[in-house]
Design a protein around this ligand. Structure first.
Ligand code: ACO
Length: 338
């Protein structure tokens, strides 16, 4: 089956994606409810144990500080990969999860990074380390909703990658770094940056529908639309649109809502029968932009939430799974028979 579409590769208790009805359960809760959890509560539900993230951020800061000058000014996704690779191979789930806000802060501030505050929640500390100021409650809530919303989502490409690595009995840090590589691609977690590029372009267009039609006719894909599993609106898009409405109002949100309406209509006309709707990346882009992050930080932030799912799947695979080792049909040449 091309792209393994429809192939079931594991049993999981972590999330249920109902693509036909547009419903998502994470750790047994509808995504709309799960999204209102604090990061710590979301982590505890998915990993079935509380993480001590405050103390772990302080430990990771001590371990990685000698590397900070090398992290600053790198492409964020590369800096994140480098920072994670510098952790000890046998890092605990708490240390791996806690490394994300610390590394993101070091990408921006290098050796000048202030120390993590173990008394704060992970999201508040992330925003404080990154922006060097106490974040507003609205910003903490907006980013918490985002991170919980994207924390797990069935057998997506990066989660599958994590499970394949787990199935070889490599360590959990190896699974996380490999999954990050899969997440980086524009067909997976690399889409929200290009969504903003699309919105920038359309903000100058005199006729949005015409411009979108021309792009589709030229064979382009509209970033933030279409999904392998959802054949209706991605429920996470709705949750993030709700989170955005609690932030300060913005012209970008108004434009995004106009573009969404036009894009769905144009996709239905130009690609009939394909059921192409808004996916999570569309409002992710608008929300993270509204929270002030640069677009090359969007994928690292996605990873900051999704790492919970990767680690939970690592555990599930380790507890219950076998080595994942599918087959390929050989279609190459054969030596000529003598
Ligand atoms: N814009 C235009 N056409 C599209 C789009 C899109 N966004 N998505 C799918 N199509 C079309 C394809 O061109 C194809 O049409 P054709 O048969 O006439 O050639 C048809 O729909 C099926 O496309 P596939 O690529 O086979 O569908 P697949 O299930 O593999 O695609 C994917 C899923 C990769 C997400 C796709 O919809 C896409 O490229 N979207 C844009 C990128 C994006 O938003 N990625 C983020 C996804 S969400 C996430 O990973 C967290």
């Amino acid at each position: 089956m091309s792209g393994l579409e429809g192939v079931v590769v594991a049993d999981t208790r972590l999330s249920k994606v109902d693509g036909a009805r547009g419903c998502l359960l994470i750790a047994g809760l509808p995504v709309e409810e799960f999204a209102s959890s604090s990061f710590e509560a979301a982590a505890a539900r998915l990993l079935e144990e509380p993480l001590d993230l405050g103390k772990a951020r302080v430990r990771v800061d001590g371990l990685l500080r000698p590397l900070y000058s090398q992290l600053q000014d790198r492409k964020p996704i590369e800096g994140l990969r480098l920072g994670l690779s510098a952790l000890p191979s046998d890092s605990s789930p708490s240390e791996i999860v806690a490394a994300f806000p610390v590394i993101l802060g070091a990408l921006r501030h290098g050796c000048e990074l202030t120390s993590p505050d173990p008394e704060l929640g992970q999201v508040e500390d992330l925003l404080r380390l990154y922006w060097r100021q106490t974040p507003s409650k609205a910003k903490v809530e907006g980013l918490s909703a985002y991170l919980a919303t994207v924390s797990d989502h069935g057998m997506n490409a990066s989660t599958f990658t994590a499970r394949v690595v787990a199935s070889t009995k490599a360590e959990r840090l190896d699974a996380v770094i490999s999954a990050l590589g899969a997440l980086k691609g524009p067909l997976h977690g690399g889409a929200p940056g290009p969504v903003l590029d699309l919105l920038d372009e359309l903000s100058l267009a005199s006729n949005i529908e015409q411009r979108l039609t021309a792009k589709l006719m030229a064979g382009e894909r509209l970033m933030g639309f279409g999904h392998r599993v959802y054949k209706t609106r991605d429920p996470r898009a709705e949750v993030l649109r709700g989170a955005l409405e609690k932030q300060e109002s913005s012209e970008r949100l108004k434009l995004a809502q106009r573009v969404e309406q036009s894009a769905v209509a144009v996709l239905a006309k130009v690609k009939p029968g394909r059921a192409l709707h808004t996916n999570v990346e569309f409002y992710t882009a608008v929300l993270l932009d509204q929270l002030g992050f640069e677009r090359d930080l969007f994928t690292p932030l996605f990873a900051t939430g999704r790492v919970l799912g990767w680690l939970a799947h690592y555990q599930e695979q380790t507890d219950e799974g076998r080595l994942i080792r599918p087959s390929a049909r050989y279609v190459g040449s054969e030596p000529a028979l003598a």
